[in-house]
Write a protein that binds this ligand. Structure first.
Ligand SMILES: [Mg+2]
Length: 300
């Protein structure tokens, strides 16, 4: 589960460019210190929102109103400025081609979601602009569901958007925010990966810390050994339901099959196995066919 801003795309850069362009659009002279003043105001407002003190409507209405009050600029309507800033933010949102390449490779092995806190009128067009939504199995935007990270309610919706056979400890939340991504993921019992470009955090309880999301390509394909077995979801279900199954498999170019129940699925030396009720184990990548057998059928 990928966070979007400052995880997959450079929000700081897009926001700074959009901020400058909106000043130009309103024929206002931009001073170098304005953006950092805005960042402080915006940060406080999003903080208030996360603590449920204000709504997203308040964010839209007040952040630039407060900025212009602070700058003693009276000629501009903060709400209108906000709308223009958001449309400029869409224009300036870009994703590095290397990120798309990585996601394309990961898609072959993992279910992937985007989990993002943001305003719906801007997050969807920004996601579309990056031409990568087809790579994701689900996209959750906080403003659309009325709950934001790190709330459990947000993660409830996010988890329900992926197959329910995926165990929590097989789900990795990847994001740059200690509060919304990492704490949110940990509270929900998920694995976490912090994107920390400047090594800014000393005490981090995330499972993985990387400087750039691109490092995940090797790391995920190594640490989180992908399951090459297309039957994994079914194996889990049959294991849980104690269903008798016929497993056809290939071993040293010989075809074989076994009828048994699945007791457990486990990983050893980064290879996935199923422990079978007949006392043997089988490597998941040699399974060719898996079919459930009704109680009556197995005695025929
Ligand atoms: Mg982020």
């Amino acid at each position: 589960m990928f966070d979007f801003d400052n995880t997959l795309v450079d929000f700081h850069k897009a926001s700074l460019l959009a901020f400058g362009q909106t000043f130009e659009d309103f024929n206002l002279k931009l001073q170098p210190e304005y953006y950092s003043i805005y960042e402080k105001i915006n940060g406080k407002i999003w903080n208030d929102f996360e603590q449920k003190l204000i709504t997203t409507v308040d964010i839209r209405k007040s952040r630039f109103k407060l900025l212009f009050e602070r700058l003693n600029i009276e000629s501009v309507d903060g709400f209108e400025f906000n709308a223009k800033y958001l449309s400029n933010l869409v224009k300036h949102t870009t994703v590095r081609p290397e990120v798309i390449n990585m996601l394309t490779k990961l898609k072959a092995h993992f279910k992937m979601s985007i989990i993002t806190n943001g305003l719906k009128e801007v997050q969807r067009p920004r996601l579309d602009k990056c031409l990568m939504t087809h790579l994701f199995d689900s996209i959750i935007v906080s403003d659309e569901i009325g709950a934001a990270k790190p709330d459990l309610a947000f993660f409830d919706v996010a988890i329900k958007s992926i197959p329910n056979t995926i165990k929590k400890d097989k789900i990795l939340v990847i994001g740059d925010s200690l509060k919304s991504d990492i704490a949110g993921g940990i509270n929900y019992g998920l694995k976490t990966c912090l994107i920390d470009p400047y090594d800014s955090f000393l005490l981090v309880n995330a499972d993985i810390v990387v400087q750039d999301v691109l490092e995940l390509e090797q790391l995920l394909l190594d640490v989180y050994q992908p399951i090459d077995c297309g039957f994994y979801d079914y194996l889990e279900i049959y294991c849980m339901r104690k269903t008798t199954v016929k497993i056809d498999f290939t071993e040293i170019s010989n075809q074989a099959s076994v009828i048994t129940k699945i007791e457990n699925l486990f990983t050893k030396n980064k290879v996935e196995f199923a422990k079978l009720a007949n006392g043997t184990t089988i490597r998941l990548d040699i399974i060719r066919e898996l079919s459930p057998i009704s109680d009556r059928e197995q005695y025929i």
